[in-house]
Write a protein that binds this ligand. Structure first.
Ligand code: SAH
Ligand code: SF4
Ligand code: F3S
Length: 448
């Protein structure tokens, strides 16, 4: 399929983690610079970017079915130009090009700054694949930030050297790299100028970020957060995702010292059995994880915790799974993500003995999620009566209703006089499993 006309509208569809969403935003900005407009809601776009995720099963199948849907029954001139981006593009780019003639461009997560050149070729009917990994080059080549949501993302670190035995990220995102300090401060200021009130610092292993600050001192993530907290107009800072092995004293202290750093920590543990954690190559035990949480809670007593879990890792016994439940009972997470183990091609765990049956995984996931949901509801119920700031992110379903986030990353809805981007004072009055209702006390006039 050879498109002959330059696309006038685009749609970027992001399927993955927050960094994948960030990449999607940056690709959209780049297409905007090329004079291509976002396709209006409900209308077909001339160019569709499928920004894929490879973390769990059926990722590639999903890409092929999406491509099928986009081109089905459409003539060559009516079908959109298709670019496949993201982590499936990185892992299976050549295969995609071979199997899907409808795809014009395949671009990996470290190469998408070259999308405009690829597009130029694609318009001439030449297909292009770019899965190089010059990570730092990408950021320098991207346009300035001019648009953002009140709660925005900023990638500070990419890649992962941890090689958990189940995970594709070290292969799709490459080795750990930290973006330079000065670039991050500049990007954060641009985001604030564009209306961001909250910035979530992103990295596959964000607490491994390091760099040289404005005074030439070597600093870690805590140092970066301290300086970003000085940016006028920025009211809230978060970071995700951390690995327990890279949480240093300075970061723990920062949670007690920096008001703008929100009282929330996403710290995946994956499992509660030390044997399983070792087989996962996690480099921590259940106990060292719990001790680490104690130190964070000592620094910031109202800290809300979140985690990731995998059930049915190869060889996981019933008794080992019970250890995961025991850990959950102890931590009492405010929210969490839990997954059935999914063998990923090329990872060590995929060929380990003792692959767990689907039925057993289903049952374990159900029991784990029951426990996590119970704790999430309990956390929300315990929040009733709290008065807190809520950052308004969007309109609610009903007229006059607004939705935002509490400092503890709870979704809060309320009614009253507010606007997207306001920080408002809210009393939390009613708790559900996934959100809370609040009443508006006053509208804050300024952000920070
Ligand atoms: N860099 C982050 C996120 C990794 S992916 C981190 O290290 O925490 C997000 C989550 O997906 C992981 O924490 C893990 O719980 C889950 N995950 C990763 N690979 C998986 C696999 N093969 N099967 C099931 N879940 C997986
Ligand atoms: Fe994957 Fe482990 Fe790296 Fe997280 S720390 S991205 S789970 S390899
Ligand atoms: Fe998915 Fe790649 Fe993120 S595999 S989870 S989009 S790093």
């Amino acid at each position: 399929m050879k498109p002959t006309n330059s696309p006038k509208t685009y749609r970027v569809k992001s399927f993955g983690c927050q960094m994948n969403v960030y990449d999607g935003e940056r690709m959209a900005e780049m297409l905007g610079e090329q004079g291509i407009m976002p396709a209006p809601e409900g209308e077909d776009a001339d160019l569709v970017v499928l920004n894929t995720c490879h973390i769990r099963e059926k990722a590639a199948e999903k890409v092929y079915s999406d491509i099928g849907r986009l081109t089905k029954g459409k003539t060559q001139t009516k079908a959109p130009m298709i670019a496949v981006a993201g982590c499936v593009a990185q892992a299976e780019g050549e295969e995609i090009m071979r199997r899907s003639p409808a795809v014009s461009m395949v671009v990996g997560p470290q190469a998408y700054h070259r999308l405009p050149e690829m597009l130029e070729k694609a318009v001439k009917g030449e297909r292009a694949t770019d899965t190089d990994m010059p990570a730092i080059a990408k950021f320098a080549a991207l346009p300035e930030r001019r648009r953002t949501n009140p709660a925005s993302f900023l990638t500070v670190q990419e890649g992962c050297d941890k090689f958990c035995t189940y995970c594709v990220v070290p292969y799709t995102r490459g080795a750990e790299i930290s973006r330079p300090y000065a670039d991050l401060v500049t990007e954060a200021k641009k985001l604030v100028d564009a209306g961001a009130k909250e910035i979530t610092l992103l990295g596959q292993n964000v607490s491994a970020w390091s760099g040289e600050d404005g005074k030439g001192h070597q600093v870690g993530l805590a140092g970066l957060i301290r300086d970003l907290a000085k940016v006028d107009g920025l009211a809230r800072i978060r970071y995700t995702t951390s690995h327990p092995a890279d949480m240093d004293d300075d970061l723990i202290a920062a949670h007690g010292e920096i008001d703008k750093l929100m009282p929330f920590l996403h710290l995946p543990v994956q499992a509660g059995s030390d044997r399983v954690l070792k087989a996962m190559n996690r480099s921590h035990t259940a106990e060292s994880y719990l001790k680490l949480l104690d130190r964070f809670r000592a620094a910031r007593p109202d800290l809300a915790l979140s985690g990731d879990f995998i059930v049915g890792f190869p060889g996981e016994t019933d008794a080992e799974f019970e250890e995961t439940l025991a850990l959950v009972d102890e931590v009492k997470y405010a929210q969490a993500f839990s997954f059935k183990y999914s063998p990923r091609p090329g990872t060590p765990a995929a060929t380990m003995d003792g692959q767990v049956s689907k039925d057993v995984m289903d049952e374990r996931l159900r029991r784990l999620q029951d426990a996590l949901n119970r704790d999430q509801l309990a956390f929300n119920e315990a929040s009733v009566g709290r008065i807190c700031e809520v950052l308004v992110e969007r309109k609610g379903k009903h007229l006059g209703q607004w939705l935002g986030k509490s400092p503890w990353l709870q979704s809060v809805w309320f009614e009253g006089d507010a606007q997207i981007g306001d920080l408002v004072e809210i009393e939390l009055v009613e708790a559900g499993p996934n959100s809370l209702a609040g009443t508006l006390r006053e509208t804050a006039l300024s952000a920070a």
